[in-house]
Design a protein around this ligand. Structure first.
Ligand code: G3P
Length: 219
């Protein structure tokens, strides 16, 4: 399972990339606004920090303008993945850009029907938003199960399921159990995956006992 980080914060990306566990980055207009950076500059910089796909979202809502914006974003770096909203115009643009060989992440997916359409439009990734569904009393992970099941029924659908709007480590584990291809995680959720109180307690005990031996591994 691939882990992307969902942020436009270059310091966070640099820090997490150093773990060797980061497979890509997703951004959206809200995250870019939060970074306070120039959009094109920050995407270019992020693309130089990771080898994997870096999602950069168009802001046009009309198909021709979406394609034009997508083509411009794709010139920034070879690992740019153009992010398009799941609308009729977005899917028309998806078809056109993917036919050109440009990676596309179709975002703001909230139903299995939308995910099926995105796959038929050739999307590289589909981004169902699990946390936002949970927020309104729906079951975000049930949507992931549906999409994974549907995509598995058809070999010709090559779209990867990218679980987005992830809020908890539980979302990540359930996504992995369901066989989702990717999860994009806020930096705090990635960091929380490393933690367990018994790891901290066990390590403290090992180090205390080791200190008692007076030995060193390195001179
Ligand atoms: O980048 C898209 C998605 O991950 C947004 O998450 O927390 O704003 O619902 P959130």
């Amino acid at each position: 399972m691939k882990f992307f980080v969902d942020t436009a914060d270059v310091a966070e990306i640099t820090d997490l990339a150093a773990t060797g566990l980061l497979d890509g980055v997703t951004t959206n207009p809200s995250l870019v606004a939060k970074s306070g950076r120039n959009f094109l500059e920050v995407i270019k910089e992020i693309c130089s920090l990771v080898e994997g796909p870096v999602s950069a979202e168009v802001t046009a809502i009309e198909h021709r303008q979406m394609v034009a914006e997508g083509r411009k974003l794709a010139t920034l770096a070879p690992n740019v993945c153009v992010k398009l909203p799941l609308t009729i115009d977005g899917l028309k643009a998806c078809k056109e850009l993917t036919d050109d060989g440009i990676q596309v992440n179709v975002t703001l997916c909230f139903s299995a029907a939308q995910a099926l359409l995105a796959a038929k439009a050739g999307a590289t990734f589909i981004s169902p938003f699990v946390g936002r569904l949970d927020d309104i009393g729906h079951d975000g992970m049930a949507l992931i199960a549906e999409i994974v099941e549907i995509y598995r029924n058809y070999d010709q659908l090559r779209t990867e399921v990218l679980v987005a709007s992830v809020r908890t480590p539980g979302h990540v584990i359930t996504a992995a159990r369901l066989g989702a291809d990717v999860a994009t995680l806020p930096p705090a959720v990635i960091r929380s995956l490393f933690n367990h109180p018994l790891t901290d307690k066990g390590l403290a005990a090992f180090l205390k006992d080791w200190e008692g031996t007076g030995q060193k591994i390195l001179d």
